[in-house]
Design a binder for this molecule. Structure first.
Ligand code: DGJ
Length: 770
């Protein structure tokens, strides 16, 4: 990594990339280049745009004969000084809204943490450019953080007030001005149980904005997004990735002007935002990150995955294999007792599961979601031997033990609320809104932070607990204090509590959850190595959500569970195998009632767990490629590769009577080497064949009759056998034909029996080198 300064030009080189800035003749910081890493031989001045005369109707300073700010690729922009794009900063001092920062000095140093906010881990370098507004007596520091082993650039702003009272009304972390192409936006939108659906928007003249304003990074719009240049594909062409290390309200804006230039802004939301800085106070924005790849969206995903794994995730967990978890939520909800949990634990152990996580309902009077939240004492009626008893029981079986908490919230019907009604977020003119019968604790208050720390600390010490699922089940509302920095301060409070808890319990694996994926963001992932992706475990929607998130987040952050065949969320019936083929791409777990499994299903799950354990490092830490998606190609195909092995999924959406003759393709193989490939053996329910079961049965069977039901509890059909050896060249180009699919005929062991919403996994291994 290298940061240089020469002749008013800053050049930052990191990974395979370079980013160049210049100081204009009137002291503005101007973006010049973001692309492949420059060499020492590059004549860097050739990259600097010349402004020989003002363009069009631009406004200039009297003494300046160059271009006006309207046409410059500025790294920050303020209103009312000739730049008529959306500003990235809005400030006010003593009734003046005119600010004009000019270059003052720079510093190159080792990277330092951002006060109060999540920061990238690892040893990197930081460029700090100081700009001053002498008239307003305040300064703007532009921070740039880079690492040698990463193509991701981090940017944030520090605003410092020297005198009087400065109001910050808007403070984007980054502004980036691209030009010279047509651009498309790829962004992730959704709602509870249907997060991270990919939306592709061609950017035309005007402003497209993304935001969340519910007090979380939100399921509605994830802070991760991509930009593709014209002609970009999955694996080729220029694409850019962006994200923010923050978990609260955020906003991104993409503005294309008449010159076709694109201004991208990322940062905290400016809705009702207002921060006052007194004399000698500073404000720090969260870190915005960005990267650029010539290898299309898969190239961007891989750069982002590497950054998240190496700079965001706690290094204690970034390289270790995550356990296969059983979580009792969908099986029992609130209705369980010690015996029930013991029996689930025994079954979990027999199936090969490694950690048992006890979800909601173990504390206070929490027998449904109306009561008890905040009262973090075990319910002795349900668990007479407490968490200690349960964790000991798990230990004896050879299982690790984990626990669920929702520390930021409180039910009105709880001892906590009765003792501290003033701890909830609300203002005094209206009754605070409720969500799931609960209220949000005001994490800005030191006493609330202490209470949360003590509750979690005590719970983690109450038994041998190695896993904590931290939930958060409602949006924020009724924020106090009018226009303020409430949301920012809430998260500074939360990050401080999380730092204390992580310091006291460094070995505990934390799982992030906000009604599923309501806060799947880099702020939370700085503390939680993995995140419960969605409350939706239906394999079709889940695949869409997981593939959406995987564009920007590594698979090791995606916690996925196989749940009961009929989806709680969609009432769609799919097989356990279809659920596994989806859930395996990430950190696998199970969540269905294990005591309800038939012998056939137990066999199925045992085989899944064995397969996953054999290939866990591929699924959790392999290099990831999206090869096809339901939305684009009508089927989904994902690939993970590591060393000599790859796994490729092929998941069908709807069965057709004339199915497409798909071929198995894979990326990143060496064309000259030979590779063996083999389909993972799946167990198909006898009931899948319907009354056609009579094609292979010696006696007549009724489709839903007693005998079929009885038989299908114990036996199933095996999926087709398919294996072979071909060169990497074949996988990389035309592909390998997949077994013929069922098309109304052919119930035999060479035919692929899929039906709607199911698929296969193929294991590809190096067989011999050239
Ligand atoms: C919402 C989570 O997403 C679920 O997995 C479960 O933990 C429930 N909360 C418990 O209340």
């Amino acid at each position: 990594m290298k940061i240089t300064y020469c002749n008013n030009i800053f050049s930052l080189s990191f990974g395979e990339s370079s980013y160049v800035l210049s100081i204009s003749s009137n002291g503005k910081i101007v973006f010049e280049y973001f692309g492949q890493r420059l060499t020492d031989k590059d004549i860097i001045t050739s990259l600097i745009r010349d402004y020989p005369c003002p363009e069009g109707s631009s406004l200039l300073e009297e003494e300046n004969d160059g271009s006006g700010p309207q046409n410059m690729a500025l790294e920050y922009s303020l209103p009312f000084r000739g730049d008529f794009h959306e500003p990235s900063l809005i400030l006010e001092k003593e009734n003046s809204v005119i600010f004009d920062f000019r270059y003052d000095s720079y510093e190159i140093k080792n990277n330092a943490p951002i006060p109060g906010l999540p920061s990238p881990k690892g040893e990197g370098q930081e460029l700090v450019i100081k700009c001053l507004d002498h008239a307003q007596k305040c300064s703007l520091y532009l921070h740039y953080i880079i690492f040698e082993d990463s193509d991701v650039l981090g940017k944030y702003l520090e605003i410092h007030n020297e005198d009087g009272s400065l109001l910050i009304k808007k403070a984007s972390s980054s502004q980036l001005c691209l030009s010279g192409s047509h651009y498309s936006l790829l962004s992730l939108h959704g709602a509870w149980a249907g997060e991270a659906n990919l939306s592709e928007t061609p950017l035309k003249t005007g402003v497209v904005s993304l935001s969340s304003n519910n007090g979380m990074s939100s399921p509605f719009c994830n802070p991760f997004f991509m930009i593709e240049e014209e002609g970009c594909g999955r694996n080729y062409g220029a694409a850019y990735g962006f994200n923010l290390l923050f978990s609260g309200n955020h906003e991104e804006s993409l503005e294309v002007d008449a010159f076709g230039s694109l201004r991208i802004k990322q940062g905290i939301s400016s809705l009702c935002f207002n921060k006052e800085l007194k004399e000698n106070e500073s404000f720090f924005t969260p870190l915005a990150i960005m990267c650029r790849s010539e290898k299309g969206r898969n190239g961007v995903s891989q750069q982002m995955h590497h950054y998240v794994n190496s700079k965001i995730i706690d290094p204690r967990f970034s390289k270790t294999e995550r356990p296969i978890v059983y979580n009792n939520w969908e099986a029992t909800m609130f209705s369980f007792n010690e015996d029930k949990i013991h029996s689930l634990m025994k079954k979990a152990k027999q199936l090969g599961i490694e950690t048992f996580v006890l979800d909601d309902g173990w504390f206070g009077l929490r027998n449904d979601d109306t009561k008890g939240l905040g009262d973090w004492e075990v319910n002795p009626k349900k668990l007479p031997h407490g968490l200690k008893g349960l964790s000991n029981y798990a230990k004896k079986l050879g299982l690790k033990f984990g626990i669920w908490m929702e520390p930021e919230m409180v039910n009105k019907d709880s001892d906590l609320y009765r003792s501290h009604p003033d701890w909830i977020i609300g203002e005094n003119r209206h009754k605070a809104m409720v969500g799931r019968h609960q209220f949000v604790l005001d994490l800005r208050k030191p006493e609330v932070q202490d209470f949360i720390f003590e509750s979690v600390h005590k719970t983690l010490l109450a038994g041998d607990i190695s896993f904590l699922k931290w939930d958060c089940n409602r949006s924020h509302s009724d924020i106090p204090d009018g226009y303020s920095s409430f949301d920012y301060d809430y998260y500074v409070g939360l990050y401080s509590v999380l730092t204390r808890i992580k310091t006291a319990h460094p070995e505990v694996l934390f799982e992030n959850c906000a009604s599923g994926g309501g806060r799947h963001d880099l702020g939370m992932l700085s503390f939680f190595p993995q995140s419960w992706v969605s409350d939706d475990t239906d394999p079709v929607q889940r695949n869409v959500t997981q593939s959406g998130l995987a564009l920007g987040y590594p698979l090791s952050t995606l916690s996925n569970h196989v749940s009961a065949k009929t989806s709680n969320q969609l009432l769609r019936l799919t097989s356990l195998e279809a659920k596994f083929d989806c859930a395996a791409f990430g950190v696998l777990g199970y969540e269905l009632d294990l005591n309800d499994l038939s012998v056939f299903e137990e066999k199925t799950i045992k085989a899944q767990i064995n397969f996953y354990k054999e290939h866990r490092s591929l699924f959790q830490r392999g290099t990831y490629f999206e090869l096809a998606s339901y939305q684009k190609e009508g089927y989904s195909s994902l690939q993970v590769s590591r060393g000599e092995e790859s796994i490729v999924s092929h998941l069908r959406f709807l069965q057709s009577p004339s199915p497409i003759k798909y071929r198995l393709k894979a990326l990143e193989l060496s064309p000259e080497n030979l590779y063996s490939y083999k389909v993972r053996k799946e167990m198909i329910s006898l009931k899948k064949a319907g009354h056609l079961i009579n094609m292979i049965s010696p006696i007549h069977l009724k489709e839903d009759g007693f005998l079929v039901n009885l038989l299908s509890q114990r036996k199933g059909l095996e999926s087709e056998k398919e294996e072979g050896i071909v060169s990497g060249a074949a996988f990389l180009s035309y592909g390998v034909p997949l077994a013929q699919e069922w098309s109304g005929v052919g119930l035999n062991e060479r035919v692929r029996i899929l039906g709607d919403f199911s698929g296969r996994l193929y294991l590809i291994k190096k067989y011999s080198s050239k």
